[in-house]
Design a protein around this ligand. Structure first.
Ligand code: G4P
Ligand code: NA
Ligand code: NA
Length: 194
């Protein structure tokens, strides 16, 4: 996606060999025009699928997901990361292990928002090790719903998440695929010459 790549090159910062900072338009300040284009891009990529619901994870997955939801004309559900004392029944839960933080967190979705009739598009801002996407797939499975696909804004192709999800049979569509962040340089997968 051209506009996204330009944004990443102009406003993104390779913080290290593995971490890309994009808080100017995605993770803190949000660019609404870019989000609208991202929503349209997801609609194009998954145009052949009959999507009934979008599932994401708070917080940074919400903005692109809402714009995609608008395009598909379906509701958007976000998994919660924080436990709620009042909402402990009727929850579908899954664990997400963070390699960077070396901790495991439980995410939760109220079961009333997913049914066996649903064909779900999972969306997230980043794909690194694939732990978050894997947990969302598990929640869809628990609801007896189908995962129609996984839409990612920025995939870090040098980390194993994309490979893991694709070899598990999932259709993963990433709007930008980064092949390297080495030496402060941001490189995209399509630009890598064999
Ligand atoms: P890991 O697989 O590499 O260990 O990453 P981890 O699951 O620990 O992800 C922790 C958070 O960092 C996630 O957001 C994830 O989306 C995000 N993340 C992963 N790689 C990058 C990156 O290169 N750049 C940026 N900016 N974020 C990255 P989160 O904690 O769920 O936060 P949020 O959704 O509220 O933003
Ligand atoms: Na996220
Ligand atoms: Na994030």
């Amino acid at each position: 996606m051209k506009l996204l790549k330009e944004k990443i090159l102009n406003e993104g910062v390779a913080l290290s060999d593995t971490v890309l900072k994009v808080d100017h338009f995605l993770n803190h300040q949000i660019d609404p025009v870019l989000m609208m284009e991202i929503g349209k891009a997801f609609k194009e990529r998954f145009a052949s699928e009959k999507i009934t619901k979008i599932l994401t994870l708070e917080s940074s997955g919400i903005a692109p997901s809402v714009m995609a939801g608008l395009e598909f004309g379906v509701p958007v559900v976000f998994a919660r990361k924080r436990k709620s004392l009042t909402l402990s029944e009727g929850l579908l839960t899954a664990d997400v292990h963070s390699y960077t933080k070396q901790e495991t967190n439980t995410i939760a979705v109220a079961d009333k928002f997913l049914s066996s009739q649903d064909s779900v598009l999972i969306i997230d801002d980043f794909l690194a090790n694939g732990e978050a996407a894997h947990a969302l797939v598990d929640i869809v499975r628990q609801a007896d719903a189908d995962t129609a696909g996984i839409g990612i804004v920025i995939e870090k192709s040098f980390q194993p998440g994309g490979e893991k999800l694709r070899s598990a049979g999932h259709r993963v569509e990433s709007l930008a695929r980064i092949s390297s962040l080495s030496d402060g340089e941001i490189e995209f997968l399509s630009e890598v010459k064999a």
